[in-house]
Ligand binder design. Structure first.
Ligand SMILES: Nc1ncnc2c1ncn2[C@@H]1O[C@H](COP(=O)(O)OP(=O)(O)OP(=O)(O)O)[C@@H](O)[C@H]1O
Length: 257
């Protein structure tokens, strides 16, 4: 194979729940600085595909990060190799401030426990300040404004909570960021912020994989789209190709081909 390795490649992914085949023979890849959309009707296998990729469910198939096979690597080992995932439900420590949620992630990435990070002894105060400054910079980069950093996540607007959950997943950085319905529940201004963020991450060379029901978003930001139906990949192409594909129109968009 010539040229640089894909940031993330999966081959022949399969997931079964008892007799139910949730995913079968699904293969795709995403390059650095590319946004791959994964779409499909309810129950098509999108979440199963994410769980299979990140080794969070028993599955068949193989996975590579930047050319290194990681099929047998557990989820935390994948994160250490730069594959990070944000979930559909916002997952915060509700009792901590926005800033301390971010500090906890940075401390964990540095191998420090949560409690330790929040109660660093006085002689480590400067380290604590450094972590807080780093947390603030990351939060602002993800469009969570400074005036919200001292609030609890439940007390900031929903759109900012979504951005916070992406920032927490990203941490100090990622080669590949997998997002599960990042636009769910977002209105116009928040959607515009999300689109700007995705484009800016792509511009930095990060590979993004995005499951999304919001068609306008996925068609406007994705470079390529994989369409799943009943656990199988029925199309893989540019947004233009996908929108013109009769199988997709019939299976997914519910329009007569
Ligand atoms: N834990 C589970 N046990 C049994 N069946 C499951 C389980 N998780 C998912 N399934 C089934 O596997 C199939 C694929 O589900 P999956 O959640 O991957 O689809 P999806 O495309 O993410 O759906 P949605 O858009 O509704 O979230 C569905 O038929 C679903 O009912």
């Amino acid at each position: 194979m010539s040229g640089p390795a894909p940031a993330l490649r999966v081959e022949g992914l399969g997931v079964r729940y008892g007799a139910l085949v949730a995913l079968e023979g699904v293969s795709w890849e995403v390059a650095p600085g590319e946004i791959l959309g994964i779409i499909g009707p309810n129950g098509a296998g999108k979440s199963s595909c994410y769980d299979a990729t990140t080794n969070m469910a028993p599955r068949s198939g193989r996975v590579w990060i930047s050319g290194e096979e990681v099929t047998a690597v557990p989820p935390h080992g994948l994160a250490e190799r730069g594959l990070k995932r944000a979930f559909q439900q916002n997952a915060f420590f509700a009792a901590l401030t926005v800033r301390d949620n971010m500090v906890a992630v940075l401390a964990r990435e540095a191998g420090t426990g949560l409690l330790q990070s929040l109660a660093l002894p006085w002689r480590e105060a400067s380290r604590r300040h450094a972590l807080e400054a780093e947390a603030a910079a990351i939060l602002e980069r993800f469009a969570v404004p400074r005036e919200m950093h001292g609030l609890r996540p439940g007390n900031i607007p929903y759109g900012s909570q979504r951005m916070l959950s992406i920032a927490l997943a990203f941490g100090r950085g990622a080669r590949v960021l997998m997002l599960d319905e990042p636009a769910a529940g977002l209105g116009g201004a928040d959607m515009a912020r999300l689109i700007a963020l995705l484009r800016s991450l792509r511009g930095e060379g990060i590979a993004l994989v995005v499951i999304e029901h919001h068609m306008d978003l996925i068609m406007s930001v994705a470079d390529r789209i994989v369409v799943l139906e009943q656990g199988r990949c029925i199309a893989n192409g540019t947004p233009q190709q996908i929108q013109a594909d009769p199988r997709v129109l019939e299976a997914y968009l519910g329009q007569a081909a």
